[in-house]
Design a protein around this ligand. Sequence first.
Ligand code: SF4
Ligand code: FES
Length: 323
Amino acid sequence: MLKITIDGHSTEVEEGTTILQAARKIGGEIVPPAMCYYSKLKGSGGKCRTCLVKVSKGSEKDPRPMPKLVASCSTPVQDGMEVQNITSPEVLETRKAIVEFLLINHPLDCPVCDQAGECDLQDLSFEHGVDTSRFEEGKREFDQIDIGENIKLHMNRCILCYRCVYTVNQITDGRIHGVLYRGDASEISTFIQNAITNDFSGNVIDVCPVGALTDRSFRFKSRVWFTRPMDAHRDCPKCSGKVTLWMSANDIYRVTARKDEFNEVEEFICNECRFEKKNAEDWIIEGPRTITRTSIISVNHYQKLKQGSIINPVAKKIEKPSE
Ligand code: SF4
Ligand code: FES
């Protein structure tokens, strides 16, 4: 086992563990943000630089600090390594610059974006962003594309994290979707705009950290914080059937995979569960889901609703879930 200390907290991990994985093992506010790394997707990480940290001691054998900040999602732990994340002013300053960089082309359309309230970039900007932009040039603009009947691609919002590409490559058959072109011209595209029709293609919506890939059946139906996440399951022949239903009264507004405190899906779900089972009778409802990650929806106010709450205009119709 290898010992690592991050912001003064120590743990032991197996060889091959990255600094980010070690930080997640420790947990709490010392965990670096990650916009492209996704533990369920092989090869992910190394694209967005939000997870940069400072290695102040390389290892017990070679205690020299690393000369530059390193991507914690792709740097393996060495025995005796010491790392600074939130205790390093240099890291925090650089993270601000990374947020500014990510926002160069990302439109500030949160008021009309379905991802608002559960968007990793929105949360990252809130925590690390600056309130002004130095970017005066025009942002990249693309037409919106329907990827099949269930998914909408809004390329203007894409931060090119590659998660959706890895998802399609790793959990569906065949590859008809990827990143075309290079640099500023890069864009996510389906090969000659083929629809992704595979049974598991809907998972690209869940892995997208921003609102670039959205569920067409949910678009503009409600803000996520007005809906009530409920854990539910069904006997599904294709996937585990374990999902989160986002409900208002008895209506199911959308179905997603269950997500952990790092906003990663616990298990990928099939399109039948996600898009075709929108009646409460289709599911065995287990109870309210507590959102543990830091975001506006983690307030979990749906568990404490009062009659006529101004937070949720449909509160009167909602039966108060058992705690
Ligand atoms: S569409 Fe979403 S998941 Fe795919 S690369 Fe862009 S930001 Fe990442
Ligand atoms: S999460 Fe490490 S580079 Fe994106």
